[in-house]
Design a protein around this ligand. Sequence first.
Ligand code: ADP
Length: 272
Amino acid sequence: MSIILDKVNYVYSEETAYEKQALNQVSLKIEDGEFIGIIGHTGSGKSTLIQHLNGLLKATSGGIYYNGRDIYEEDYDRKELRSKVGLVFQYPEHQLFETTVFADVCFGPKNLGLSRKEAELRAFSALKSAGLPEEYWYRSPFELSGGQKRRAAIAGVLAMKPEVLILDEPTAGLDPWGREEILNQIASMHQELNMTILLVSHSMEDVAEYVKRIIVMNQGSILLDGAPKEVFLHQQKLEAAGLLVPQVTYLMQELKGRGIPVSVEVTTLKEA
Ligand code: ADP
């Protein structure tokens, strides 16, 4: 698996009064098995970017290549692309609608045309990978806590067996414990399933500790792209992009590492 973006531009509402360039000359390569954090202040273009990766949005100009193939070629199967690049939207639990969690997770695979048995096998393993205990599988999604619902929704995407999993703000709305739990779960999914994972967040703190590569977005462009340690060297740039001062992240990591509970809530310097 590989994804290449070559000078991708995207303009919303082109040639209207609301015209907005949301992506500006974005070039990057994502390799098989990577665990990447896409970080940026609200409005920096993160959601627009990830919607290009599975073909939901079409670049205004520039190219996107999945496994070396141009996804904008006329005969390219973009429906298949959407199943290979699984996207977990913000607050995915809002899309749970079946009477039980299990039925919900089976919905996607059944829709792919798989037999009931195959769909169920996929649902079993997806729910396990997403870390939802079995006692919740046959309950109504509405009976679950916020963190459990989110796991159920992630399982729904995992059951499609994507090659790449993209999660947009997977910790949104969860308490600090729920956030840590879900991030740990995602990290273990990356290890166990050996899956390429992209984690989108406005919070450096959430992501830096887990991922191996950070792509920092600012005003529709890639500001920095590298290992967390390398990215942290560019403090001024990060501050200018409205992101957390890395020393604070370092300090928090250090305290956590020593088992000292960190209760300060630090996210971004400037809130939107
Ligand atoms: P992020 O995910 O980092 O918050 P987005 O990709 O949602 O950023 O937005 C990037 C820019 O595009 C922002 O300025 C936003 O206001 C604008 N934008 C997003 N969606 C739309 C839309 N549907 N129509 C017009 N502008 C949009």
